[in-house]
Ligand binder design. Structure first.
Ligand SMILES: [Mg+2]
Length: 179
């Protein structure tokens, strides 16, 4: 089961959310990258996480990717899933999100974020609602508002989105009608 340390507080934080940003390696993937003999990188993505993007779109919550890697695979995946805000090769994620919030004229507490590793910590402490994957680093889990049961690449992002919608009391019935 998911671990929500303070459900009431998380509920009021969830109501403010307008954008949901996600880390990629270890969050949308299991953290492993394979290489072919030709040196091409391969990552696996979970289709249930893809549906989570459609859920966010349906409820008018913007989806965004923010990753330290500069990967063509991630770019293609983001295009396929219609993730409009895609920041690749970002060394300082906190600075990137600050600039994003400025440009959109929103507050940082209107952003949710999910990550798994130490380079996510600063961002998680900046945003309004933070999630850790079930297999995140202990330090990351310690700082997260909510710890997912699912691991990175195994539906953690999907779980985080469903928790967000539950906390907001958004009914997914209207989404199901579209399927
Ligand atoms: Mg990561």
């Amino acid at each position: 089961m998911m671990d929500i340390s303070n459900k009431e507080l998380s509920g009021s934080k969830a109501l403010k959310i307008k954008f949901f940003f996600m880390d990629v390696d270890g969050t949308l993937t299991n953290g492993c990258t394979s290489y072919s003999e030709k040196g091409e990188a391969m990552k696996s993505f979970n289709h249930r996480d893809g549906t989570a993007i459609a859920l966010l779109n349906h409820f008018k919550i913007g989806a965004g990717i923010i990753t330290g890697e500069h990967s063509e695979i991630v770019k293609r995946r983001a295009e396929k899933l219609k993730i409009n805000h895609c920041f690749l090769g970002i060394a300082n994620k906190a600075e990137c999100l600050n600039q994003f919030a400025d440009a959109k004229k929103i507050k940082l507490d209107e952003i949710a974020y999910i990550g798994d590793d130490l380079n996510d910590l600063k961002v998680m402490q900046l945003v309004g609602l933070s999630f850790a994957t079930g297999d995140a680093s202990t330090l990351v889990k310690d700082k997260a508002d909510i710890i997912c049961a699912a691991k990175g690449g195994e539906g953690a992002f999907r779980e985080a989105v469903e928790i967000l919608l539950l906390l907001r009391n958004d009914s997914i019935e209207s989404f199901l009608e579209l399927l």
